[in-house]
Write a protein of this length. Sequence first.
Lengths: 297, 297, 297, 297
Amino acid sequence: MSTGGEQRKIGLIGLGLMGRPMGMNLLKAGYSLTVWNRTPSRADELVAAGATLAKTPREVGAACDVLITMVSDPPALESVLWGQDGQKDGALDGLKTGSIYIDSSTVSPALVKKIATACQGRGIRFLDAPVTGGDWGAREGNLVFMIGGDAETLREVEPILKVMGKKLFHLGPNGAGQTIKLAMNAILALQVGAVAEAIGLVTKAGLAGEQLLEVLQASMARSGLIDLKAPLMLKGDYKPSFPLRLMHKDLGLALDLGNQLGVALPTTAAAREVYSYVKGEAKEDLDYSGVMRFWKK
Amino acid sequence: MSTGGEQRKIGLIGLGLMGRPMGMNLLKAGYSLTVWNRTPSRADELVAAGATLAKTPREVGAACDVLITMVSDPPALESVLWGQDGQKDGALDGLKTGSIYIDSSTVSPALVKKIATACQGRGIRFLDAPVTGGDWGAREGNLVFMIGGDAETLREVEPILKVMGKKLFHLGPNGAGQTIKLAMNAILALQVGAVAEAIGLVTKAGLAGEQLLEVLQASMARSGLIDLKAPLMLKGDYKPSFPLRLMHKDLGLALDLGNQLGVALPTTAAAREVYSYVKGEAKEDLDYSGVMRFWKK
Amino acid sequence: MSTGGEQRKIGLIGLGLMGRPMGMNLLKAGYSLTVWNRTPSRADELVAAGATLAKTPREVGAACDVLITMVSDPPALESVLWGQDGQKDGALDGLKTGSIYIDSSTVSPALVKKIATACQGRGIRFLDAPVTGGDWGAREGNLVFMIGGDAETLREVEPILKVMGKKLFHLGPNGAGQTIKLAMNAILALQVGAVAEAIGLVTKAGLAGEQLLEVLQASMARSGLIDLKAPLMLKGDYKPSFPLRLMHKDLGLALDLGNQLGVALPTTAAAREVYSYVKGEAKEDLDYSGVMRFWKK
Amino acid sequence: MSTGGEQRKIGLIGLGLMGRPMGMNLLKAGYSLTVWNRTPSRADELVAAGATLAKTPREVGAACDVLITMVSDPPALESVLWGQDGQKDGALDGLKTGSIYIDSSTVSPALVKKIATACQGRGIRFLDAPVTGGDWGAREGNLVFMIGGDAETLREVEPILKVMGKKLFHLGPNGAGQTIKLAMNAILALQVGAVAEAIGLVTKAGLAGEQLLEVLQASMARSGLIDLKAPLMLKGDYKPSFPLRLMHKDLGLALDLGNQLGVALPTTAAAREVYSYVKGEAKEDLDYSGVMRFWKK
């Protein structure tokens, strides 16, 4: 699968549902890969496939030309970048001048700007490049990247990103990628939440959710997302593809952004509380389509 | 265009954005058509094409074997069916025993049940059969019918409905059509509202709505509806295809149903107030995608 | 208890939690009283105290100079005023020219206007005069009346209303009473709902609701309503004083009014769905402070 | 004014609308006071009255036995406690072992816990003690303190707190003060927001807000807060007593807490977006009663 000509050394921090298959695709493409994860056992599969496991985020930074992070939330990202409690073991402490850092986590545009400033001070080129496409997209190398930052830097890492995703959208300066990502996830959460609410309504009225779905699939509102999620919602099958707790977090980040800017987002705010309710009641990890549980216990 | 063999006499009440093209398709298919509209001039085009204009809803009822109503809201429907102030000029007063009555307006399941009871008492067979597809679907004979009522009755009028729409969904007893329709419209309103909210967010963050749309169209959330409405929202072109005031009314009917049944619909409720805000501020008639105005004045 | 000088014959329709004690106070003040209720047994206590039980609303109308209605919702009021299915047994059919009709139910301003028109056509003077104060206020003759209609008419019935309430607010033409009433009830529902939400929050954070209440009672947000309801909410004692299903209905009427006028009421709309949720889950009749159940099951 | 017997040296950081009068009361009570503020000119009045102006938060920490902070939000508090960019000029760097630190800002319980841990590591005793009562309460020494932390520590500083407030509520361990404070502010914001929404409704219906207020003041929903704010809302007088941007921030903190805990707060979430809307539209600084502007421009 490897073409042999690849020379950039890549670092990858964050080996969850998304990070692992992204790393696997990088290895398959012939890149040398150094990885780190808070729970080291998550690296086993990648190490077996040829990746090197570092002891700290700093070691990953020092070992690579291009660092990619893919962690679950802003505090996790701050911790891998700046280290814990002044221990100087953060990835930013390791990265060399002239290296490139790509964050694919979903975090706040405010944190992106803080990172951009820190990188600028150290001569590191930085892109915010969150993704959409779920774990399936990560496995298939079919992610969509939403990118903020310098066009020249993007050109340099394009071959690397193309290993993981087919579509790269360059959307503006640092922060633009995250802003569009948060808006996109609000749309996804509301599209799924709307179907859940509608199923809740027709079911209580004595009809079968399947009947609504049949009509929905013949309508202009049909989307790939609805085709994917609605049947699972009718079955009550909420095996996490994109976990509800992360979607809930992203809705919070979208609302934080809206509230900083003074943009009212009444519908997103209402939906977030429904996701919060389900998160609070659920014992196990659910896909975000599990928002259905607010209506169908 | 007519096949000649059609014999059923059809009555059509309500000649708005939807009713006129529906009537035109019935005429083209060779049906004899008697029509009525509160503002009689709206019938001109149909009369020129061969329809007979009645003086009262009752006259329409008396002149037809199959009555179709397509009016804007529950009070309008009550008024055409039962007449004004005990004047006995309502359509139900005219309909013959054995005739069939199809309501394609969007009204409450509660009103559907009241109509069903009234029809049963007079030996009239009744279907609730609201549609989706907009004025474009009405012109192209490409509506989707959501139908509640007796299967045998539906079989009888199927050739008539097929003149106006390609897809007929038989969803259950009387009320089922309206229930699914209200749930569908809540989904449409929330899908468009979510895109508006997201455009509002990214725009205030300094990005162009077009960038969001580009990513959206590469995502699983893409739908025919978004492809149709979002570009118009970016342009601020709100020429009514499905008027905001009617979508706002339908959201109210969906919430009425939910509240009768004790199903909480928090997101629909939030969205309805945004539509209400825009309705209250707008001077002119807007398409429901004009909900965008809450963010972009 | 009677002062002897009272001569007006009063009719009272609707003998629920509010109507019964209102009737009792009218009897105690020496008025002659004719009553009707859908469930006749609810009249027993009043009949034992001297009231006459009529067979139909029309009979009540015919027997009185001043009619008072106190029923639960708009359909109930329409039914007692216009009768069932054209049977001509409604109260309006019985009322004499020159009589006065006072509606103390909480209904929509739209229905008030329909009633006002009907009364005007029959030479009946009409006041909309909904109340606040709960069943306790009704028993103590301590209701607050919010009144819309003609000042002269109000002057005439003031002695009667003063038997039931200490405070009469004349707020404008017909509809003004109901409009203010709906706004008032939205405030009550939100004030109680806010306390419930806050108790839900601090409880989940591991603190006792009593601690919040202690601070609340030392704050400027303290109100008689909070002093009354919050301790019951902490105990989970939801014996109906003002039933949740009626508050839920009133929130719906307030939202209907807002949506007709194009006034967005986002907070009221959110609260209504919480009340709806609890109404849908509850097996028994609850006070509206039972909205607490959304958080504390 | 001083009683002479006071010996504790007090530090005060944050000299805004609240901090200045709190400091003045401490000086009047005879305490020696060292102060710091980001904008030093805000200290002029206190310095004229005898306070010492420090150059850094660290200097304040080093100069006092009891430190009080009263800043506007969590980032401001983090910055004064831990200093800017590793400069070691934060207050925590200055505080002596055995000293007491009281935070009266409104921040997140999460930050409170982080501070508690940091203090514990340095032998500093810490209380979270946010206040309610507004700038008026601060001037009159009439604040209400909501306190989390150790009872013994509280006993020690009680004389100091009593100079600024009459009521001290000890509510539990660290974090309890902030949790109750956030719940309280959500109640205040919703109580005022509900009145605004109701005024918006009756006004659009053609009535005067004064009429609603008259009835409201005769009702059980009457509160000191409504008596204070509603007349100003009717006049459109939004001179900041408690600024809207701070109330908006506190609603965000309450929602953050709810969402961390998985407690749905649908009404608070709806209200927050209304406050956000007004914040986004306003050119000047408004009192939080300026939420009225969503309806009355």
